[in-house]
Design a protein around this ligand. Structure first.
Ligand SMILES: [Zn+2]
Length: 481
């Protein structure tokens, strides 16, 4: 038996001014032998698949694995060249099983659905192979993807700590399929909702437990929730349930509908009712325990935001707050100048506010350099994400982390590896929508999500879609009417 494994992933924010081209991929991760490198969110599945195939004595061919930090639409030539490189390897290897690690919300110039385009072409090369796809739950699950694949599984957790777990499930189901033990059939259900689904607390924590409990029972092989990615301008954006059943399409469809109707019933508990910047900072100032962790939801690089917005930092400085940490700002120019000055130096910097209107205005600050470190990394579950070179600047009791690689604040190590003691902080502001929760949740006295300005504000009713019809909650109160 022969397996081919590959990965191609980015999450496209149609409204981000940052282009996603070859340099953006190379800055994040491009490898022709990803399984020889440290696993990250999107390459971790390849490691699992290679290991499990080895245990079965299968031959393994490995093609490209590439991902870029979420940003604007992928440059057409970049997508096409990576796509064609993997397709050429598929054509040459003619595997019995193809397993792909993708995102599911990649949009390129001329392609609203890169995954559907890629997988349709792969299926044309491999009409009889088993094709399995592992995707991020922030995907736009399309009919093209469903038609081309035998098996699609998305991560269940947000933060995405479970990509290796889902990879092992996908491999097992693909092996059972190619060995004739099961006949997977997939059906999806359109929930007509656009929202973010945090699985770290009720009600989504219980919903994930219910999805897992249904698997392996009564012919149900797998249950996934496609959360959707709200800032991707394409016809399919929104939440969908996906169920794989063994040979029974009606059972798959009925189960998907049942879960989808349950999700619909939870919508008011999911509606983001979060404080603005001022109220959030007041709550942190008045808190009895520390550190309070505040999420700058709208400036999350992982959703395509620039990660250089200054709205929250300006308010912190204006209030004269002390013992506050904030990061990670993306500002390569500042990092480079700070590296030359070194630890202990004092300097004037113009920080942030550079990429676009959603970045706010730059801040002119006099800072002391408190830490400098090259080639930093952060943890995302068991996987490792590159952070680039980082610096710790202090401006009168406010501690600012800046990096030269655009990335969200995944984990406290982004602060502590520079020498900062987070237990001494009254508040920690993280530029992240939810992935921060895996690492920061355990040290937080309280977590507050901020509803502030930025590139990805949680105002789902007013996203300026041009390709999606407006019949979704919360744009309309009942899209099923
Ligand atoms: Zn995601």
């Amino acid at each position: 038996m022969k397996l081919l494994i590959a990965g191609l992933a980015t999450e496209t924010n149609s409204f981000s001014p940052i282009p996603t081209g070859r340099l953006a991929f190379e800055d994040a991760f491009v490898s022709r032998k990803a399984t020889d490198e440290t696993p990250n969110l999107f390459s971790a599945p390849l490691h699992e698949w290679r290991r499990m195939a080895g245990e079965k004595g299968w031959e393994v061919a490995e093609s490209l694995c590439a991902f870029a930090q979420p940003a604007g639409p992928t440059i057409r030539g970049t997508y096409e060249s990576y796509r064609d490189e993997i397709l050429d390897d598929i054509r040459a290897a003619k595997p019995d099983v193809l397993l792909m690690s993708m995102h599911g919300a990649m949009i390129s110039e001329g392609y609203d659905d890169c995954e559907g385009d890629f997988l349709t072409r792969a299926r044309a090369i491999l009409p009889d192979a088993v094709i399995g796809l592992e995707i991020d739950p922030h995907n736009h699950l399309t009919q093209e993807m469903l038609d081309a694949c035998d098996l699609i599984i998305s991560y269940k957790e947000y933060p995405h700590i479970d990509s290796p777990d889902r990879a092992r499930e996908l491999f097992s189901l693909a092996a059972d399929t190619v060995e004739g033990k099961i006949k997977p059939v997939m059906r999806d259900y359109d929930c007509r909702m656009i929202a973010m689904f945090h699985t770290t607390r009720a009600p989504m924590e219980g919903f994930v437990a219910d999805m897992k409990a249904a698997e392996g029972q009564d012919g149900i092989l797998s249950v996934s929730l496609s959360h959707g990615f709200p800032w991707g301008d394409c016809p399919r954006v929104g939440a969908r349930m996906l169920v794989i059943a063994d040979g029974d399409a009606d059972k798959a469809a009925d189960t998907a509908r049942t879960f989808g109707e349950t999700l619909w019933g939870l919508r008011e508990q999911i509606r983001p009712d979060w404080p603005g910047i001022g109220d959030a900072l007041t709550r942190a100032e008045e808190a009895n325990a520390s550190p309070v962790v505040l999420a700058d939801f709208a400036d999350n690089a992982g959703g395509g935001a620039p990660a250089d917005s200054t709205f929250v930092l300006r308010d912190i400085l204006d209030r004269g707050m002390k013992d506050v940490a904030i990061g990670i700002f993306w500002d390569p120019v500042v990092v480079s100048m700070v590296q030359d000055v070194g630890v202990g130096g004092t300097m004037d910097v113009r920080l942030g506010g550079k990429v676009g209107e959603m970045s706010g205005d730059p801040l002119d600050l006099t800072v002391t350099v408190r830490g400098v470190k090259e080639d930093m990394h952060q943890w995302m579950g068991e996987t490792q994400m590159r952070m680039g070179n980082g610096v710790w600047l202090e401006a009168d009791g406010v501690h600012i982390i800046v990096s030269d690689k655009r990335t969200q604040a995944f984990h406290p190590i982004a602060f502590t590896d520079l020498g900062m003691d987070l237990q001494k902080m009254k508040a920690i502001v993280v530029k992240s929508s939810q992935h921060f929760h895996a690492g920061f949740g355990p040290i937080a006295s309280e977590v507050i999500y901020i509803s502030g300005p930025g590139a990805i504000t949680p105002d789902y009713a007013n996203i300026p879609f041009t390709k999606r019809d407006p019949n979704y909650w919360p744009k309309v109160e009942n899209p099923f009417a």
